[in-house]
Design a protein. Sequence first.
Length: 131
Amino acid sequence: METSIKVGRETAGRFWINSTVIPSIHPQVLPALSASSDVGEIEALGVIETYSVVSAITVADNAVKAASIRLIEIRLARGLGGKGFVFLTGEVGAVQAAVKASLELVTQEDLITESVVIPYPHKTIRERLWS
């Protein structure tokens, strides 16, 4: 694993930002990366914006492990200047706990730019983002 990371870092050169190894990645992460998660009902919507692809994936994995939430989507880099967005849903308290746990995880590195929890968002938000 370390050799692969080293080769990737060397290949990326000045474009390398960061890397990490996530042991036992949560099963919801991969479907969220491909935007193939079932959006379903949205009770509360949590949105976390990160400075990098790696931090978005790390934040999403941590959030879904920290509280009983569903990952909706992890949007990465493309057209976002290298940033990432994590969208999650669940009961208001669970979404708040998941966002808080993720903020505590990466705030030391200043990799989260912004986060918000929207309790019971209007249906047009869901329609605009995932229709």
